[in-house]
Design a protein around this ligand. Structure first.
Ligand SMILES: [Zn+2]
Ligand SMILES: [Zn+2]
Length: 145
């Protein structure tokens, strides 16, 4: 997934979520939308800081807000290790692949691992959060070995 997210797309996404597209929110969302793997809050902060003056608390607050409004997925990998990635407007949350060699996470879009939400509903399950993690060796590490 190398879809580049332009400012216009980020603004649209925020508006659709009922959020005011402030400059900071747009920049945070673009930083995540243009990273093909889930990033940690410090990584996002660093990336946004190269373009604008923003403090840590503001970035963290925006991340929480965007998760709350279902614009982002949050992976909870333990207290100190939360990572964020773009949530697909139609598909919702998606599974992730964890590389046990380099410790990177990759977003797996639902064409490789579809979630049958209808089938889940038919089991009377009200799914509120998806956290499916596959583990193995990523393409970059496979190439190096
Ligand atoms: Zn790897
Ligand atoms: Zn993801």
């Amino acid at each position: 997934m190398n879809a580049r997210m332009a400012a216009k797309a980020a603004e649209g996404r925020l508006k659709n979520a009922g959020l005011e597209p402030t400059d900071h929110r747009v920049r945070v969302l673009m930083a995540i939308g243009n990273t093909p793997y889930p990033s940690s809050a410090p990584e996002i902060l660093e990336s946004v800081r190269t373009k604008t003056d923003i403090n840590r608390v503001t970035v963290y607050r925006i991340l929480d807000l965007l998760v709350e409004h279902e614009v982002l997925n949050r992976l909870d990998l333990g207290e100190k290790s939360r990572r964020f990635c773009l949530r697909d407007a139609d598909e919702g949350e998606h599974p992730h692949f964890h590389c046990t060699r380099c410790d990177r996470y990759l977003c797996l879009h639902t064409d490789t691992l579809p979630l049958d939400r209808k089938a889940l509903e038919s089991l009377s399950l009200d799914v509120q959060h998806v956290d499916i993690r596959l583990e193995g060796i990523c393409p970059a590490c496979l190439k190096d070995s």
